[in-house]
Write a new protein. Sequence first.
Length: 170
Amino acid sequence: MPGQSRGFTLLELMTAVAVLSILVGVGVPAFTNIVRNNQIAAQSSNLVQALNLARSEALKRGVRVSVCAAATTYGCGATPTSDKGCRIFADDFGAAGVIDVNDVAIQNWPAQTSGVQIAIAEPAVSFTRMGRAEFARTFAVSKAGCYGDQTREIGVAISGRIGLKHVPCT
């Protein structure tokens, strides 16, 4: 029809922009929370994988196998916080949890770039040739800005059992 105009009025356009800005304002913080939660979950999964690998290697090789927080390219750290990755090695010689000259590297897990922190009271976990942990250990996996129960706690029992649970952020 010749008398009808096509397009949007200024009022319709302003309404659409207002609705869009409200949706973005609500959606972006929720998306940031989802990303943080997924990063913590991924790092927790990697750590559980590393611990399970160490335990199975101890059973397979018939020697003590340790997982330690990485400090340098080849060494373990004395600091119980790891943002440089971890090392798995056959720890049959020398002190438990310390890389000695004759120890054999099994796998190096790379450093995390997402800002996820892993805290543990001791820098290493060792599994005996029977698959048992020498000492019970607890890891806390978190990221700055977490809230609620976003922290993951990974426990290694004396029996060698590895468990994961959600705990409140500290």
